[in-house]
Design a protein around this ligand. Structure first.
Ligand SMILES: [Zn+2]
Length: 272
């Protein structure tokens, strides 16, 4: 590597590289981060090269991720190499873009749901059931998703004796888009391709239970999940719109009657 010489901007001598431990606050966490930069021995002025600044960014991100219980960039790289995966392999395995993998291996901080998806992909714990979208099936969460959608749509989606003709399509988009964008479905529901569109598997047996569920017992929706639900509600303000959109999705069109629609198809969605 070519040697860099930096002179103090206050007219003092050449600055020298010093390693130190800096204490700083980041996203509300107190962190101690190793820092390597140029320092003037006379006035204490600090300066860094672009590379040094990038290294410090990474150190801050990794220290934060460590303190928050998330995988660090280093751990992601190591885990990936242990499995002999390229960044592209890992991206495909997780149904995310390669740019995301590159960013997380650098200084970008992954969301908690993406962290779970990373752990599943890297540490083999059953690489996410393709039919539940990396989440255990939860009836209270289904109810919670409907409550949130109904709030934004300002109308009821679930009625008594509902055949879920429209409701299931909202739910399908919520689960599939959450899977595509966070690595995890919202409710763990399994969907089948039925003649009238994607449908919650066994919906006939589930509908009464969903109606009875107490949504406050579900794991609360994350900000990301709420944002996704708002987008869905804004895109499909009327039930006919969500119905029509679902029928245009290759993920449904390419299936035979009754075939399950795996979450790995979430990357193929076209309406949102
Ligand atoms: Zn100086």
């Amino acid at each position: 590597m070519k040697e860099t010489r930096i002179y103090c901007p206050h007219g003092h001598k050449e600055m020298t590289v010093k390693k130190s431990e800096k204490k700083l606050s980041f996203r509300g966490a107190r962190l101690s981060v190793p820092v390597e930069q140029f320092v003037c021995s006379e006035c204490g002025e600090e300066a860094g090269t672009v590379e040094q600044a990038a290294t410090i960014q990474k150190s801050i991100s990794d220290a934060y991720r460590k303190s928050a219980g998330l995988l660090t960039g280093k751990e992601i790289v190591e885990g990936r190499k242990k499995l002999n995966l390229t960044q592209d392999d890992l991206a495909k395995k997780m149904s995310v873009g390669i740019a995301s993998i590159k960013r997380w291996e650098g200084a970008a901080i992954q969301s908690r749901s993406m962290d779970q998806a990373l752990r599943l992909a890297l540490h083999g714990q059953n690489t996410g059931d393709a039919c539940t979208g990396n989440r255990s099936f939860s009836l209270p969460r289904i109810k919670l998703v409907f409550v949130e959608l109904e709030k934004v749509l300002e109308k009821k989606l679930l009625k008594k004796n509902d055949k879920m003709l429209f409701a299931a399509k909202y739910l399908w988009y919520a689960d599939m888009i959450a899977h595509r964008e966070t690595g995890q479905s919202m409710t763990g529901s399994t969907y089948a391709a039925l003649p009238l569109g994607p449908q919650l598997n066994n919906y006939r047996d589930l509908i009464e239970d969903i109606l009875k569920e107490d949504p406050s017992t579900a794991e609360p929706l994350s900000t990301e999940e709420k944002r996704i639900l708002t987008r869905i509600a804004l895109k499909f303000p009327r039930e006919q719109l969500v119905f029509k959109a679902a029928h245009g999705e290759p993920a449904w069109k390419k299936k035979s009657n009754g075939q399950l629609i795996p979450y790995t198809d979430s990357s193929e969605l076209t309406a949102l």
